[in-house]
Design a protein. Structure first.
Length: 315
């Protein structure tokens, strides 16, 4: 491991940062990341970082704005302390769903706003996982490494040794991801056609493909309120599916998500630790969490050593 590499984190997901540092065989950089009494973020770096290759590892998850601001302030502190290169390692990139103006609605393209903020504050490189839309990489004028949790999720599917599998895309937008998984598993593909009358509300309309008597694997990049997932699971069971297992990278799980999962037809939801589970989610027996720490650590090691990152995900 190169001696010029350092990893710092804020308050959003300290356990993941600790696990990543452990895999890298380095200590987590010491920093004070606190608040003034009025809520202002205050950061002080407690390590020598001049000339170092520094990674700020933090998902911009709940509280989203505070987590994002911690990254911004920490990057500025590191820049002013003469770090040689600063990589924002954001396993979960918040605001990614706001990446376009649907039907020219008068809304912000907030994913671009966040990209501009990160570049403007001095980030030299971005590392993230399973971006909601791949084209968000084009919002940045710096190198972006968008890595994938698929190898981790796929490995778990193989370990479970499911029989009579069919991979299900929860919507048309997820077909590419689901097709790639189905190809690797040598299984059939089904697609759920749904209509979304308003944000976070989904209505299942039709299932394309044969799911009767089969184990259905739903693959998605994130689960937020779990409405889409629960509607999909219920529809699949109504069509005769034997089991429904969902694999989602980012467990946002906001609002009534846990309550919905408990009442739904989903047999199991498998997520990663890009976002820490709140207590209610940890106590939910239908949720199982896998770690991306080793994959994040290896990617960061390769970035530091100027080695190929894409080769990690090539067949």
């Amino acid at each position: 491991m190169s001696g010029d590499m350092m990893v710092f984190t804020g308050n959003a997901n300290p356990k993941l940062a600790q696990d990543v540092a452990k895999h890298l065989h380095i200590h987590l950089g010491r920093a004070t990341v606190g608040r003034f009494s009025d809520g202002e973020v205050m950061v002080e770096i407690l390590e020598h970082v001049r000339g170092k290759d520094v990674f700020v590892l933090q998902s911009t998850c709940v509280p989203t704005n505070d987590s994002l601001m911690e990254v911004m302030v920490m990057v500025d502190a590191l820049k002013r302390a003469s770090a040689a290169r600063i990589t924002a390692a954001l396993p979960y990139f918040g605001y990614a769903r706001q990446d376009r103006r649907p039907r020219s609605a008068r809304v912000a393209i907030t994913a671009r706003v966040v990209a501009d903020m990160l570049v403007g504050v001095g980030v030299d490189r971005l590392l993230t996982m399973d971006l909601h839309s791949d084209q968000i990489q084009g919002f940045f004028d710096i190198p972006v490494d968008n890595i994938y949790a698929a190898p981790i999720l796929l490995s778990d599917v193989w370990k479970q040794n499911f029989q009579n599998l069919v991979v299900v895309s929860p919507d048309v937008g997820g077909v590419v991801r689901a097709r790639a998984l189905a190809k690797r598993l040598e299984s059939d593909l089904a697609i759920i056609d749904k209509r979304r009358p308003k944000p976070n509300v989904a209505k299942v309309m039709n299932i394309i493909g044969d799911v009767a008597g089969r184990t259905c694997i739903i693959m998605d990049d994130m689960v937020d309120t779990a409405n889409t997932l629960c509607e999909a699971a219920n529809a699949l069971k109504e069509k005769g599916a034997e089991r429904v297992i969902a694999y989602c990278t980012h467990p946002v799980l906001s609002g009534p998500a846990i309550e919905r999962l408990e009442k739904s037809a989903i047999d199991e939801l498998v997520v990663t630790d890009t976002i820490p589970l709140r207590e209610e989610a940890r106590n939910c027996k239908r949720i199982r969490q896998l770690s991306v720490a080793e994959l994040m650590a290896e990617t960061m090691r390769r970035i530091n050593a100027e080695e190929s990152v894409s080769s990690l995900f090539m067949d």
